[in-house]
Write a protein that binds this ligand. Sequence first.
Ligand SMILES: [Zn+2]
Length: 411
Amino acid sequence: MRGMFVALIAMTLLTQTNAPPIAIRFGHLWDGTRLVDDAVVVLEGDRIKSVAFGSSEIPRDAAVTDLRRYTAIPGLIDLHTHMTYYWDRKAGMRPLGQRRRPAVTVFLAQDNALRTLETGVTTVRDLGASGDADFAMRDLIAMGAMKGPRMFVAGQGISAPRDAAGPDPDAMRRAAEERVKAGADWVKVYGSRGSFDSVETTQTITFDEMKAIVDAAHALGHKVAIHSYGPSGVKDAVRAGADSVEHGIDLDEETLQDMVKRGTVWVPTIDHNRYYVDAKDDYGFRPEAILPLQKYIARNLESTQRAVRAGVRIGMGSDAVFSMFGQNTRELEWFVKAGMTPARALAAATTIAADLLDQRERLGRIAPGFAADLVAIEGAPLENIGDVINGVRWVMKDGAVVVDRRAAAGK
Ligand SMILES: [Zn+2]
């Protein structure tokens, strides 16, 4: 019995050694920093072994995948999702009226994860969930038991208690420590009101409270993302040392300069209010809610334009919930509208995002030693950002093909 076991292991090792190397050819390749032609990416398991140019670089015994009609870009990173916000249309409910057990949500939310992969997003930072559903999804995906983008998660976001007598930095510090202890990679803070059809900018967490949270999380080696719809909350979040700030309008020049100085990443999530306008009937939003959403979009874009000019590090976050999955990268179009080149917009979803996640040696680039996360785009993504949004034909994550739509596209 024992001899058989040893023989089996030996056979497994032999098979692995004899497996031909996998080489993938692309017509063009953007590695996260530059665009090259006639590229050959050679894999070693779930990692990239080499990136070279020209057919002479293909290992003789390699299994070759020919994607020469496409341009490769690194697997994209969506810095703001709510993957466990699943809408069960069959139940005849609005997205916000649903009740179910977290385990059922985890199973159903696989659909959100698959739709996200189809946009070329292979990594997400998930900023808020309940019932530990995000921890379960993160772990199942990491185990290979569920198909989806790798997840960095925050658990339940910290918000001011409705019945609070006044600011309580010590309670906020304890809340941050609890989140980390529970298994959160990131700490998420709701620093203001505003969500769904409400664009209310009122700040709900004070500077001292934000500072207590940031200091506690940083002491434990974890980072903090602070949500603020209004400018005062953004300003305080930056001053308190938040690693990223989510949403925001009317940012003043002093705050933008402070972000540049500190290297704070701003995730403006312009597109999520576009989605709420488009999906208003699914949610049953009041007609009066639409104009404020549109006005918020305009001011959100205006601040982004100034942030681009000031040189703020901007990250791509969709704030995808419910039926927005599959539209994760539409934010990139707003970035180009705000004055970014397509390359800079792509950096917001690759190198800058990987850096924020402390994954700069593993994600966001196509280079030796990096995770084999590749996206094949039809078109010219470095000229037309719309091709990134609509031209995804094939996606690889950790060396495994997770999306292949070449046949469906008639190619
Ligand atoms: Zn959010």
